[in-house]
Design a protein around this ligand. Structure first.
Ligand SMILES: [Zn+2]
Length: 628
């Protein structure tokens, strides 16, 4: 709506444009959908209105009358992104009414300091309106029981859900005063003696219902209009939501509560949500053009390279960072130097010395048998990783197999064996070609375009069975096509403009000197000496209101008492911390976090799974002891 207003067109024009752009970009990245739906479709409007109607009829909602921010110039209520102002957590002056893009805090419009309308810049006034609320507290017990039956979910997801439960769920408004969206059915409003005019469903009420609507449209398109029920109303369904962490609350709590209230649908089986992917050390922002656009990317690079780098660097359990330098390094050092090199040298050697036909095998030695064993085991292991949504580990272990294959080629020295023992050389090359085939099948989920290229070179069909990925199926004498370079190196001069463009687009006042996680700069001893690390004891600890992750602690530093804030509430309860000795950076500038002052920082270790452990001296030490 905001963009439509800026461009002077209707919202429909904007949604049509992005729907088409996104659909095309997905296809160009080798991502296919059974059905690429949209929530502006008539089937969706009807499905979500029926859903709302059923819940209203069953008296699930609570109607509340309240004051909300209103833009007197535009004559419109200002919810979510329609209002901007200063973030109460970090002081960023251009935060949205639902979230601060700088520090990531989730906000409500009332939290903003000096709010202004995102439409007209006018100062909002408060105006009375009424809204429909989903009373989540009534569902908390059922939700807790249901989530409790899924201990296999990812720890970062369970951790976030648990902290929502600990804080106690609150009623959520499921309607908004907006001119765009799914209208509240008038008859439903009338039956409750309220007015539906100008009111639409909150986007996060109807968006997940969109999954049902899309299934309906897909079934209709297939000519089996009832088929959608098989997916939404039968126990055998495994409903999986692939989302980012900011949507955990909608997919693990609000939508399931809606489904429970409705009663006709299955609940999610798993919600393997990812954390955030940052870009060159800063948060992505499409509205500020601090992003990598797929269209631009494809003008310079291959889809597979980005797919590979993202799969290997997914923020599966904690935030991760995409940097162009890392992209270049992983493309060059892994895709080109390991995978591409192994495939290329195998095929070239075979072309030259066995006229492009799969050579015969003789007797296997120990190294041959080790390779054959890996070809059998790795696909099973990778299959399990996919089932567990561990795509990062998948990518790593896939490349490990290519690394092993490269080493196998080196150790066997087929160029020497060629003259001395032609049979051994033929066996080596036969097994290398079988390995190329195994790798191509395992590559498909992350490198679909390269997999297809390899199948073409190998002269095999695109319907390779996963279960046979590790078998030696290529027969002696099978003719291969001419090899081609799969991955050419990316040069510095290609990468540099991309880095520069992002530096220029970076959010003003964001730390520009942030380093990539992989790049470890050395510091000298004098720099280290500037950091004053001291032992302290925690005297008191309590939760920070409205901040799930934060604990406020009073600590004894020997010479003084201080207050510090730390993001450890998901890992430690306040009770278990009192009396513990910790290590703090004592000379850190004071900071105000969520309106609370923090005078120092405690040290803690974290791992890839998102576990956290505070650092404590191995023996009790007097408070204030210096660490060096
Ligand atoms: Zn902020």
């Amino acid at each position: 709506m905001l963009r439509a207003r800026t461009e002077g067109v209707s919202p429909q024009v904007i949604v049509d444009r992005y729907h088409e752009q996104n659909e095309k970009s997905f296809a160009r990245f080798g991502m296919s959908f059974d059905y690429y739906g949209r929530t502006s479709s008539p089937v969706h409007h009807e499905t979500s209105q029926d859903f709302f109607k059923k819940l209203a009829k069953d008296d699930v909602f609570t109607l509340k009358s309240e004051e909300q921010l209103f833009d007197p110039e535009a004559g419109i209520f200002l919810a979510d992104r329609f209002v901007r102002g200063t973030c109460p957590s970090c002081g960023y002056e251009d935060a949205y009414g639902d979230q601060c893009e700088k520090c990531g805090s989730s906000l409500s419009p009332e939290d903003l300091i000096e709010p202004r309308s995102a439409i007209t810049n006018a100062t909002p006034i408060r105006k009375k309106t009424s809204h429909w609320y989903l009373p989540l507290p009534k569902f908390q017990k059922r939700l807790e029981k249901w989530i409790g039956s899924h201990p296999e979910w990812k720890q970062n997801v369970l951790g976030q859900v648990k902290s929502w439960f600990n804080d106690g769920l609150r009623d959520r408004a499921v309607t908004r005063d907006l001119p765009w969206g799914v209208n509240i059915p008038e008859d439903v409003a009338k039956a409750k003696n309220t007015d539906a005019s100008g009111k639409v469903l909150y986007v996060w009420f109807d968006a997940p219902i969109g999954y049902i609507s899309a299934t309906k449209e897909w079934a209709e398109q297939k000519g089996e209009p009832e088929l959608w029920k098989k997916y939404w109303q039968e126990e055998s369904t495994r409903l999986i939501h692939f989302i980012g962490k900011d949507n955990i609350v909608f997919h693990c709590l609000i939508f399931p509560a809606m489904l429970m209230a409705h009663g006709d649908y299955v609940l999610p089986e798993n919600v393997p949500a990812n954390e955030f992917l940052n870009l060159e050390g800063n948060k992505l922002s499409t509205s500020r053009d601090y992003a990598v656009w797929l269209d631009d990317y494809l003008k310079k690079f291959d889809a597979d390279s980005l797919r590979y780098v993202l799969a290997g660097n997914l923020p599966e359990t904690r935030d991760s960072d995409f940097s162009w330098k890392d992209f270049q390094a992983r493309h060059n050092n892994e895709l080109a130097d390991i995978l591409g090199n192994f495939i290329n040298r195998t095929l070239i050697f075979n072309q030259k010395n066995f006229s492009g036909k799969v050579p015969p095998t003789g007797e296997y030695d120990e190294l041959d048998r080790e390779l054959i064993g890996k070809l059998k085991d790795v696909p099973v292991r990778l299959g399990e990783l996919i089932e567990k949504y561990q795509f990062k580990a998948y990518t790593r272990e896939f490349m490990d197999l290519a690394r092993f294959a490269n080493k196998y080629f080196n150790d066997k020295e087929p160029w020497k064996a060629l003259k001395a023992n032609n049979e051994a050389c033929a066996t080596t090359i036969n097994l290398c070609i079988q390995t190329v085939r195994t790798l191509s099948i395992l590559a498909e989920p992350i490198l679909p375009f390269s997999a297809r290229k390899i199948w073409k070179i190998l002269g095999i069909s695109e319907n390779q069975e996963w279960d046979k990925a590790g078998e030696l199926t290529l027969k002696e004498g099978h003719e291969l096509n001419k090899a081609e370079i799969l991955f050419s190196k990316i040069e510095d001069k290609t990468i540099e403009p991309e880095v520069r463009r992002l530096q220029e687009a970076a959010v003003p006042s964001a730390p520009a000197e942030q380093k990539e996680e992989t790049e470890m700069d050395k510091i000298n001893f004098d720099t280290f000496k500037q950091i004053e690390l001291r032992v302290a004891t925690i005297l008191e600890a309590e939760k920070v209101e409205k901040a799930n992750r934060l604990l406020k602690m009073q600590i004894d530093l020997g010479t003084e008492k201080r207050q510090i804030i730390a993001g450890i509430a998901e890992h430690y309860s306040p009770e278990e911390l009192v009396g513990k000795q910790i290590v703090v950076v004592a000379n850190l500038e004071p900071a105000t976090i969520r309106g609370v002052e923090s005078n120092g920082m405690l040290l803690a270790a974290t791992n890839e799974e998102g576990n956290l452990s505070i650092i404590t001296p191995q023996k009790a030490m007097p408070n204030g002891s210096k660490i060096s």
